[in-house]
Design a protein. Structure first.
Lengths: 492, 451
């Protein structure tokens, strides 16, 4: 077990410990506390100028308390000392006691080791050490390039987070983590007669990871600015994606969102148990079928793996103190695992947790995706195209929508191409497709990842869930894939 | 002088000391409390409260080098200014920097309700109990939320304003045999909420939704209940009336033309007596009533200073911490009631179509035409000859919101039912969408959960 990173201050543990003590003294039977210190920076450039530069520091204490079968959570920004920490701990218990006015069934917590240790993400080049001028030059440069190529609007942005957490639980855990994340991306718009077209790189929101600025250097924004600007203009005169059922080939970036929306959220145990019924929704999955339900074809192997180096959903411990561990979610097309927390796992009769995360100090930890990804397959995109007589290849997400049980989805992509007689043909605009989760995944008949670079852990920096709203950072390993008999070209 | 005034003054002093008299700054100190009690399976399962004070600084040097920063570490004004100044100096000069708002009187000082600001966990739990109890034994889920925010803002051009806001919302479903019914309400006052009535309404809708069957995709006339209308209004205010969308060319609005049915009138009433927002925006521009559609004619946009400058107008007071990227968006939209009567009256006028309670996961497909796809949620019913004849299972639609409100296509209900803005829940609380039900001539159903 690694030591607590030196960047997590000892005083942070003192505050968290005081809060836990106070929660217990007020009557809680379990409590945990996180002192979170998060620094964030974002820069946005548009049409050759830096348009926004924001830096935030969000530091504070969040405390969970369990009284009987009822939870309470209290958070306080920038606690001034021991008294503030204790007041916040006691308040969490007070809130839990109020929850008991409308109680639920008994709550147990699956066991976790009371770890004394820590974890830090790998970071070769601290994004906060990279001069703002250098970031500005990069972002303004690529937007100027795209504008010069003739697009109507060109934007590029970078984001970086530095999060230091001290976690203490009443079971004796004392865990420090230091996670650095960053990423960048760019997009452009063209405006035609009654339409707009968009192209982005490397993904529609950019690419992000638990890595340093080296990630941004690797994606090479300048090397792709001219290409996406040209494609964006070409889309205005491209024919529309045809409507009908056809063979669908998806690029890796779009596959990552397909996995996120139709698999990742569906296997969240709180949704399956109905805890998110009123907002995020439930799931079509039934726990009675865990281990036997066919989710997709034999090519479908989905893992929950927060240990992938550099992926955006990676950590050493979740926000309940559960050590990170890899787990199967779907194996050879059969549903075998869920994203779980200590209480939801106990309700479901499972013996594992590890997927509970919070957005900063002020939000309640809840079941969230970590890295939920599709293992690479035996094919290459080139082979998929060569094996397709009639189909459409789509890349880069433009819109997404899925029902509250995670069954019926509809995705729009930025760009498509005809695939005819084994060759990639004309560019198509406004490509879209729709389907029903398990039927769609069962039609997966070719899966890429064999060619170098085809499989990648894509980062999603803005997964929304919870009330009050929480923004989660998730990762999704994905490669190009082919599906048969998919309805494409949905019109409005 | 309040503690927030002192914080603002300290930051302004630091700005003058570190950046000099020519620096331009907007400083905002915000004390916020947000409490939300969630329930599922008729029990409180999440119950959270968050208090914080945040300092925000927007600092511009050399007439156009700007950086913004915020911190919850309110005791370190000097550090905040130092870091922000360093960032600003590294930025290239922005030739389009719109300058500061400067002094301007407020139209209102906000509508805070002290009882809402002081609502206790026990009071919220009691509201949950009332919702649950009124559902007649059906399984329920949802939330009760209260929030309060007090803000002091000052800039180096002389604007110095104070304001406060509160909001409260109850939003829940009742569940029966796979059918969900929903009821929601939002107000600036916790006391305005009637959770028992909402619980009873949600239960009645759930009971009416049991044994739903699919219908074929195609075009249907629809009656949208207020929850669904709120989603449509959110789509229009964020994507069409957002001044940045007009600047970018992604809005399909035709200002000053009869683009909508004459029954449609839409305002953003940020300074109205029931508004849940603050009485000024993050640039210090006073909130005011902004007409967006008058008798079916688009007449206004929401702007901040940058967008207003680009459009050759003045700011409508819609700057936010995200408006530089997302654009300035209405926070208190209100769709004027019409003469269509109640939801039942609107249904009675429907020869054949669908009654839709709620929309879900709506995402824009074609920004220019405002084509959105999404799903129905919490109940759909088939209507024939003015009567509800059968519950329908979840449907997907792909529909232009602009075209759905076209001339001749709209009947507006008479009763406004304020809804919490689900897509726009902010840190400080929940926006309020004051909307009546609508009957629309055509809505494009493109799928159902069977295919």
């Amino acid at each position: 077990m690694a030591d607590v990173p030196r960047t997590v201050e000892a005083a942070a543990f003192d505050a968290a410990a005081a809060a836990v003590e106070a929660a217990l003294a007020a009557g809680a039977r379990y409590a945990d506390a996180r002192l979170v210190d998060r620094r964030y920076e974002s820069m946005t450039a548009r049409d050759g100028d830096v348009r926004a530069l924001t830096q935030t520091t969000s530091a504070g204490l969040g405390v969970r308390a369990l009284v009987g079968s009822s939870w309470g959570f209290a958070a306080l920004g920038d606690p001034a000392g021991d008294a503030d920490a204790r007041r916040t701990g006691a308040r969490a218990t007070e809130i839990a006691e109020a929850s008991a006015a409308v109680p639920g069934p008994p709550v147990d917590l699956v066991g976790v080791p009371a770890v004394h240790g820590g974890w830090a993400s790998e970071c070769l080049e601290d994004p906060f050490d990279v001069p703002l001028a250098e970031k500005g030059d990069l972002l303004t440069g690529v937007t100027a390039t795209m504008r010069a190529a003739g697009v109507a609007v060109a934007e590029a942005s970078s984001q970086a987070w530095d999060t230091r957490t001290a976690f203490v639980s009443s079971e004796g855990a004392r865990i420090g983590q230091h996670v650095r994340e960053c990423g960048a991306g760019m997009h452009c718009l063209t405006v035609g007669d009654g339409e707009t077209q968009r192209r982005s790189y490397p993904a529609f929101r950019g690419q992000f990871g638990t890595r340093g600025w080296e990630l941004v250097r690797e994606i090479d924004l300048p090397g792709h600015a001219d290409r996406i600007a040209a494609e964006c203009q070409e889309l205005l005169t491209a024919p529309s994606c045809p409507s009908g059922d056809t063979t669908l080939l998806l690029g890796g970036e779009q596959m990552s969102l397909q996995i996120h929306e139709s698999v990742g959220h569906a296997i969240e145990l709180d949704r399956i148990l109905g805890w998110e019924a009123a907002f995020a929704g439930t799931s079509w999955l039934d726990l009675d079928q865990l281990g036997s339900l066919r989710f997709g074809s034999e090519l479908m192997n989905i893992t929950i793996d927060p240990t992938i180096p550099g992926a955006l959903g990676s950590f050493g411990f979740d926000d309940e103190g559960t050590p990170a561990a890899a787990r199967d979610a779907v194996r050879n097309g059969v549903w075998v695992g869920v994203l779980a927390g200590r209480d939801s796992a106990a309700v479901a009769g499972l013996d594992y947790a590890g997927s509970v995360r919070a957005d900063g100090f002020a939000r309640l930890p809840m079941v969230r995706m970590t890295n939920v990804g599709l293992e690479p397959g035996p094919h290459t995109l080139e082979e998929m195209i060569a094996a397709t007589d009639d189909g459409v290849l789509m890349e880069h997400n433009r819109s997404w929508s899925i029902d509250d049980r995670r069954l019926n989805f509809q995705f729009g992509c930025e760009i498509g191409w005809e695939v005819r007689n084994g060759r990639k043909g004309r560019m198509l605009k406004n490509p879209s497709y729709t389907g029903i989760g398990p039927r769609f995944w069962s039609s997966l008949d070719m899966l890429g990842g064999r060619a170098p670079g085809e499989w990648r852990a894509w980062g999603t920096p803005n997964c929304g869930k919870g009330q009050p709203g929480q923004v989660g950072h998730t990762g999704h390993g994905a490669a190009p894939a082919r599906f048969s008999g998919v309805r494409v070209g949905v019109r409005g | 002088m309040t503690a927030l005034d002192s914080l603002v003054a300290a930051v302004l002093d630091e700005v003058r000391r570190q950046a000099g008299a020519d620096a331009a700054a907007v400083v905002r100190a915000e004390s916020s409390a947000l409490a939300l009690t969630r329930f599922a399976a008729s029990a409180v399962h999440q119950n959270a409260a968050d208090e914080r004070t945040t300092l925000h600084l927007q600092l511009t040097v050399d007439g156009g080098r700007t950086a913004t920063a915020s911190t919850t570490r309110t005791s370190s004004a000097a550090d905040l200014v130092t870091a922000t100044l360093a960032a600003a100096r590294l930025r290239p000069r922005d030739a389009d920097w719109p300058g500061l708002a400067g002094p301007a009187p407020l139209v209102s000082t906000g509508n805070p309700d002290e009882a809402t600001a002081q609502a206790s966990p026990a009071e919220r739990a009691a509201a949950v109990a009332a919702f649950v109890g009124a559902a007649g034994g059906l399984s329920t889920a949802g939330y009760v939320q209260t929030s309060s925010s007090t803000v002091v803002l000052a800039d180096t051009a002389g604007q110095h304003v104070r304001g406060a806001a509160t909001s409260a919302a109850c939003d829940g479903i009742a569940r029966l045999s796979g059918a969900d019914g929903v009821a929601r309400s939002a107000s600036r006052r916790f006391a305005d909420l009637d959770p028992a009535a909402l619980g009873a309404r949600a239960a009645a809708k759930a009971r009416a939704g049991v044994d739903a069957v699919p219908v074929d995709p195609g075009r249907y006339a629809v009656v949208l209940e207020p929850a669904a209308v709120g989603d449509v209004v959110a789509g229009l205010t964020s994507g069409q009336f957002n001044g940045k969308a007009v600047v970018d060319g992604t809005s399909g609005l035709r200002l000053d033309e009869q683009q909508f049915d004459e029954a449609v009138s839409l305002v953003d009433d940020a300074a109205g007596p029931e508004a849940t927002g603050l009485p000024f925006d993050t640039e210090g521009t006073p909130a005011r009533r902004t007409d967006l559609v008058r008798d079916g004619v688009p007449v206004g946009l929401t702007t901040d200073r940058r967008v207003a400058a680009a459009l050759g107008s003045s700011s409508t007071g819609h700057a936010s911490d995200t408006s530089a990227t997302a654009g300035p968006i209405a926070g208190d939209p209100a769709l004027a009631p019409g003469d269509g009567g109640s939801v039942d009256d609107l249904v009675a006028g429907l020869e054949r179509g669908l009654l839709v309670s709620d929309l879900w996961y709506t995402r824009v497909v074609d920004p220019k035409r405002s084509v959105w796809t999404g799903l129905t949620r919490n109940g759909v019913w088939l209507v024939e000859d003015g009567r509800v004849v059968a519950p329908v299972s979840t449907l997907r639609f792909t529909q232009s919101y602009l075209e759905a409100l076209a001339p001749g296509a709209v009947t507006v209900g008479s009763v406004v039912d304020p809804q919490p803005g689900r897509l726009t829940m902010t840190y400080a609380g929940t926006n309020r969408f004051a909307v009546p039900p609508l009957r629309l001539a055509s809505w494009n159903i493109t799928g159902n959960t069977t295919g």
